[in-house]
Design a protein around this ligand. Structure first.
Ligand SMILES: [Zn+2]
Length: 290
């Protein structure tokens, strides 16, 4: 079987995939704001006159939704699907400000210190249609099932194309780096990450797209969820053992940075985002399990 899913990513750090059905078209995530113009061009070229109907939002982090306002300009009828919690997040001024700060930081990181700040209206970052467990989105000849998979954020979703058994793995379950390496992405809860890994495993997908990495080689699919589990466990164990030894949050973050921040993640994730994520994850695990 050939998988007709196109990579339409506009620039480093925020992957976007185009899924075409017989009736509707969708992108999985919307990438970063700094490269959204190229994203729009890539999608237009791939759609050849058809319009873009849906965004399937994995979660509300800035590197997954930054392109939405730019997509709305091109396709005003665009409908953005996301979690109920994500809809609330995007109504909070503090969250919108943080997204903007990270978008500005990423523009400088990827385009140079003189990069202009991305221009968009906060209200365009909204979720139009809330989806959760049991919901199904039809593209005509492709049916997409939705699963709630928390742990990276409370709004993290997994999407699964039933006809071709393709799963778009939630960042809660981890970020694959290739060569059997997995990067854990625990932010809100270790237990929720474990639950999300097991929910995803049970779907028994034949093909897996990992966040930021994209399509996993067929040979890595069978061991994928075990790899997610061991990365999450190691991250949790490092946190708890250093906490027990009396190390501070800062020192534990530094240890996690040494363990996980490889050249791959440096390219995919600016240092500020790593720092924010590690602080959230380490703090959550201590609160949850220590
Ligand atoms: Zn994220």
């Amino acid at each position: 079987m050939t998988i007709d899913i196109q990579r339409v990513t506009g620039g480093a750090g925020g992957e976007v995939l185009l899924i075409k059905g017989s009736e509707k078209t969708a992108v999985y995530d919307a990438g970063m704001a700094y490269c959204a113009e190229r994203l729009v061009d890539n999608i237009k070229e791939a759609l050849q006159g058809k319009s873009l109907d849906y965004v399937l939002l994995s979660h509300t982090h800035y590197d997954h939704l930054g392109g939405i306002p730019y997509l709305r300009q091109e396709w005003p009828d665009l409908k953005v699907f996301g979690a109920a919690y994500g809809k609330q997040v995007l109504e909070r001024p503090g969250a919108l400000k943080r997204i903007r700060n990270l978008a500005e930081n990423a523009a400088k990181r990827y385009m140079g210190p003189d990069a202009p700040a991305p221009e968009y209206n906060d209200e365009d970052l909204r979720i139009d249609k809330v989806v959760g467990n049991g919901d199904v989105i039809s593209l005509g000849d492709r049916t997409i099932r939705v699963y709630e998979t928390k742990g990276h954020t409370n709004c993290s979703l997994t999407y699964f194309i039933e006809e071709e058994s393709i799963l778009f793995a939630s960042e809660s379950t981890g970020v694959y780096e290739g060569n059997g390496k997995m990067h854990p992405s625990i932010l809100t809860s270790y237990q929720e990450v474990v639950d999300s890994i097991e929910i995803s495993r049970a779907i028994n997908a034949k093909h897996i797209y990992s966040p930021h990495y994209l399509l996993i080689e067929d040979s890595a699919v069978a061991g994928y969820w075990d790899l997610c589990r061991s990365a999450a466990d190691e991250y949790k164990d490092i946190t708890l053992s250093l906490h027990k030894k009396g190390l501070s949050i800062e020192e534990i973050i530094e240890a996690q940075r040494k363990r996980w921040r490889t050249s791959y993640t440096k390219e995919e994730q600016p240092s500020l985002a790593f720092e924010i994520n590690a602080r959230a994850g380490v703090t959550a695990i201590i609160k949850e399990l220590a």
